[in-house]
Ligand binder design. Structure first.
Ligand code: ADP
Length: 248
């Protein structure tokens, strides 16, 4: 496990108890090295979103410590949260606009991010003219243009149809291979976790803690056919067994 100084993100014995008495997390340990992509799977309500809120600094732990290095965090949710009256380009520019970045620089960075997610040519469209997958690409581009050192994903592809979802997974791990950010990705899907991540972490039911971790040794970028590789299937099977409580 990387030390606190080396880690991009580190949770040490983290507890999160809400005021109403709900214990969301208990004694959670997790450390993520710079440039690592970690996926977290666990049952509904086990504290996955809480984990991300603590990682982002939006909320604080009630016990233990959370250490995040770097000052720019990207956050991508299932809902792309685009402003319907702004074009694709000006939606992507928004965080830089709010940060006071000059117009020429923010335009250049937004255009580069849109190229990276495969949306060049769509700059002038409004969100209502786009498919669900394209709106998610805009949301990704908006986070990417701030060049975050740490990227937090809260089930970003959960609302997409199956074909679009697989394509977005392929796009995201290509972008990860090109951009080299540190990623923490929450999902309900075991195959999504294994396809994307270098390490998959399994959480227990509430109060959430880490019950198992699995290394996924395939290099990025990964081909779509990897999903049919026997070794891929073996790892996914072990993660599923751990989720069902078969491995502690
Ligand atoms: P997950 O993302 O794994 O579905 P969450 O992190 O959203 O789980 O929630 C973990 C538990 O904490 C759930 O039981 C949820 O109802 C509870 N919870 C989340 N936020 C709050 C809050 N602000 N106040 C009280 N309970 C909360």
């Amino acid at each position: 496990m990387p030390t606190a100084m080396e880690a991009a993100l580190r949770f040490d014995s983290v507890d999160k108890h809400f005021d109403n008495g709900t214990a969301a997390l208990s004694g959670l340990d997790l450390s993520i090295a710079p440039g690592e992509f970690v996926a977290v799977v666990g049952p509904s309500g086990c504290g996955k979103s809480t984990l991300l809120r603590l990682a982002s600094g939006l909320d604080s732990a009630t016990g233990g410590t959370v250490h995040a290095s770097g000052d720019c965090v990207g956050y991508v949710f299932q809902d792309p949260t685009l402003l319907p009256w702004r074009t694709v380009l000006t939606n992507v520019e928004l965080p830089a606009e709010l940060a006071g970045t000059g117009k020429a620089e923010r335009r250049e960075r937004a255009l580069a991010a849109l190229r990276l997610v495969g949306l060049d040519g769509f700059e002038k469209q409004l969100p209502g003219q786009l498919s669900g997958g394209m709106r998610m690409r805009v949301s990704l581009a908006r986070a990417l243009m701030m060049q975050p050192s740490l990227f937090l994903f809260d089930e970003p592809f959960g609302a997409l149809d199956e074909i679009t979802r697989l394509r977005m997974q392929e796009e995201l791990q290509r972008i990860f291979a090109e951009s080299g950010f540190t990623g923490l990705f929450i999902t309900h899907s075991v195959t999504e976790a294994v396809f994307l991540a270098g390490r998959v972490v399994v959480m227990s039911a509430r109060p959430g803690r880490v019950t198992a971790t699995f290394d996924v040794p395939f290099p990025h970028p990964r081909p779509a056919e990897l999903r049919y590789d026997p070794e891929f299937g073996r790892i996914a099977g072990e993660v599923s067994a751990a989720l069902r409580g078969g491995v502690q």
